[in-house]
Design a protein around this ligand. Structure first.
Ligand code: GCU
Length: 681
């Protein structure tokens, strides 16, 4: 039974709709693939496994073309494609796009899956399987699809001792001790799952990096993983510890302008590429939270990034340099630091450097405004960093579908340009004509049987891949296809679960951090409420620093009369937030210190609204429970029970959040909870 969780969205159970199954069986009879390369072999293998499962009968790979053949190949294998598809349409596919078309070929009805490169065919094969898994018609297909973002990556925060920073789904899946000799089947299934959603790269190691990974024996292990992933078009990347030349290179300095240091990194890159010719490059966290970096040598982020970029450039590698920085001493507002440090460096980075920016200015909160760097560095490709692992959003215990959060950020208009500067357009590179573009998700994967701990955590992994491929997909579309593949196509089930998923993020905001509250979680571990905490070694790690509740009101004034972080946005964005009266309620306490008695647009006071949000958050979790309880007949008992138990914990913890926050903030507001609501004790 446990297999149900393990198989993720690649279950390939036989289609449970008899009529449709009948049709599919006529439309799909065999596979013809010029599998002369590892990627095509993987595509053929997946299609064969998938189709045989879905159709409940063996679908053979064969040379002959008959009615119902799935014909896979490049235009070089199948020259007739050039008559069928014009050159511009082919060019638009790039190196990873695909075409799926129903055609007549040699007098037979066949489905063609093609692309300019093998990777496109792999993605096309997975897309075709998705159509069947979600029970779509395949009678007259004419699909053309190419990824909008080039680097679609997972970032594992996995340590070499197999602990996972902010990981809630067991240990790291990288079994370093037994690598390179032992290849766990899980690596292959990991690669299949990622390829199925278009993920084409993985950073194997934690951003709080250990230089050891760059030593020869460890690189052998990395190379073994790279070999498993290569047929799935997935490149490996590593985090580079900036002080590695000192720690493992025996140099006296890691100064990026020092000749020996530069040579050390060049030699290291050469060594890596000898073992892993398609190595992706480095991800770097520098001068942040105690990590070493160029500033330790009075150099800039650009000096550091460029040195590494020069080392990997001859091999086609890239550097993803993170903008998540804050200095060791407390600044007046942590919100502002990344922008202050990075914006002046715009234009100074090498062509193969991307700056990787978290979606919001603080740290993966239930709700944040978009990061002010988006739109502020037109000469530099900015890569999006989302967090799939739910550090601040209920770990692997709470059911929170992050699709709406991801989309809210992508849809936000930076106003950096008049009409094409949504965060999505900045990240895609279309706003400023960048050829490099990227989106990363901090992985929520671990050694748990079902990979992500919470069965619904899988949806967040799935969404990252799908959105990186096509950010015009809606959170609803993605949830819908994920549910159908992962659980069931039964309409009543799909409708109920989709509703529940789409509501889940706002529900969590309501019981944790309504109205723009942020970072009031337990100190250090970030689980559960601790708005009262004020003992951290630095002021800006304390929840009290973020909510600033006092006898007058609550919230962080980031307008011109406060920290003025708002000035980091374009004037049109500033306008949206700068006045208490017009600031959208969901961001109110992000930008304003609002009096308890202040009347919001609804006519209710801030205090009343705050309470009502906390109470409604709890009620909504109870609604989620009731919805789920009605679904038992649709799915396997194991996953049904897992989710049921987790929702029960979520309900208790929503009450915990509500009571803790209402009681604590009440010590400042000195007001009763609104009429009709029960005072917690
Ligand atoms: C958060 C998280 C850390 C992590 C850091 C980062 O602060 O709590 O564990 O290292 O983000 O993104 O670098």
């Amino acid at each position: 039974i446990a297999e149900d969780g393990y198989r993720l969205w690649l279950r390939y159970n036989t289609i449970d709709n008899a009529t449709l199954l009948q049709q599919y069986r006529l439309q799909i009879t065999s596979i013809n693939c010029a599998a002369d390369n590892d990627i095509l072999k993987a595509a053929q293998q997946e299609l064969q496994t998938g189709l045989s499962g879905l159709l409940g009968r063996e679908i053979p790979a064969q040379k002959a073309v008959t009615n119902g053949t799935i014909l896979m190949g490049l235009p070089t294998h199948l020259p007739f494609i050039h008559q069928l598809v014009d050159d511009t349409a082919l060019a638009r596919l790039g190196e990873e796009g695909f075409i799926i078309r129903t055609i007549r070929h040699e007098g037979k009805n066949v489905t063609l899956i093609t692309g300019n490169k093998e990777a496109g065919i792999l993605y096309g094969a997975f897309h075709f399987l998705r159509l069947l898994q979600t029970q779509q018609p395949i009678t007259s297909l004419n699909i053309s699809s190419a990824p909008k973002i080039h680097l679609r990556l997972l970032n594992h925060w996995d340590n070499l001792n197999r602990t996972v920073e902010r990981g809630y789904a067991g240990c790291s899946i990288w079994d370093w001790q037994r690598l390179p000799g032992y290849i766990d089947q899980r690596y292959l299934d990991y690669a299949r799952a990622n390829a199925s959603i278009g993920i084409n790269g993985t950073v194997l190691t934690n951003v709080n990096a250990n230089a050891m990974i760059l030593t020869a024996p460890w690189l052998q292990k990395v190379a073994a993983l790279a070999r498993v992933f290569r047929p799935y078009n997935i490149k490996v990347y590593l985090t580079a510890r900036f002080s590695a030349p000192v720690e493992i290179g025996k140099l006296k300095t890691a100064d990026p302008l020092n000749d020996q240091v530069q040579k050390w990194w060049k030699d290291k890159a050469d060594e890596i590429y000898r073992l892993i010719p398609d190595f992706g490059g480095f991800l770097v966290k520098a001068n942040s939270e105690g990590q070493p970096g160029p500033q330790s040598y009075q150099r800039t982020h650009a000096d550091g990034a460029n040195m590494l970029a020069d080392a990997v450039a001859p091999h086609g590698g890239i550097v993803m340099w993170r903008a998540f920085v804050y200095s060791s001493e407390s600044p007046e507002d942590r919100f502002k630091q990344a922008y202050n440090e990075f914006k002046p460096l715009d234009g100074q980075f090498r062509k193969n450097v991307l700056i990787q920016v978290k979606n919001g200015p603080i740290d993966f909160q239930p709700r944040e405004p978009f990061h002010p760097l988006f739109g502020a560095m037109p000469q530099t490709p900015l890569m999006m960093e989302y967090q799939l692992t739910q550090e601040y959003t209920g770990f692997a215990t709470h059911l929170v579908y992050l699709g709406p959060l991801f989309k809210e950020i992508l849809n936000a208009d930076t106003h950096a340009k008049s009409n094409n500067s949504s965060v999505a357009q900045i990240v895609e590179g279309t706003a400023d004509n960048h050829t490099l573009s990227g989106m990363a998700g901090v992985s929520n994967i671990g050694s748990d049987i079902n990979w992500t701990g919470h069965p619904f955590g899988q949806a967040n992994w799935y969404t990252l891949g799908r959105l990186a491929w096509d950010n015009t997909l809606t959170a609803q579309q993605i949830a819908n296809e994920w549910i159908r593949q992962t659980f069931s196509n039964k309409q009543a089930f799909v409708d109920t679960v989709q509703k529940l998923m789409l509501a889940s993020r706002e529900i969590m905001v309501n019981y944790m951090t309504p109205l723009g509250l942020h970072h009031i979680m337990g100190y250090g571990h970030h689980y559960g409420p601790a708005p009262w905490y004020n003992k951290a070694p630095r002021a800006d790690w304390n929840p009290v620093y973020f909510h600033k509740a006092d006898s007058i009101g609550i919230g962080f004034n980031r307008t011109a009369t406060g920290s003025n972080a708002l000035a980091q946005y374009q004037p049109a964005v500033q306008q949206q937030f700068e006045h208490m009266a017009t600031c959208p309620e969901q961001f109110l306490l992000w930008f304003h210190h609002v009096p308890w008695n202040y009347k919001l647009q609804s006519g209710k006071t801030l205090w009343e609204t705050l309470c009502i949000k906390y109470y409604s958050g709890v009620d909504s979790v109870r609604w989620m429970q009731r919805s789920w309880n009605g679904l038992q007949r649709f799915i396997d008992e194991e996953r049904f029970k897992q989710v049921q138990q987790l929702l029960a914990i979520q309900e208790q913890e929503a009450v915990w959040w509500r009571n803790a926050c209402v009681l604590y903030f009440q010590t400042f507001s000195n007001k009763p909870v609104p009429a009709g609501y029960e005072q917690p004790d």
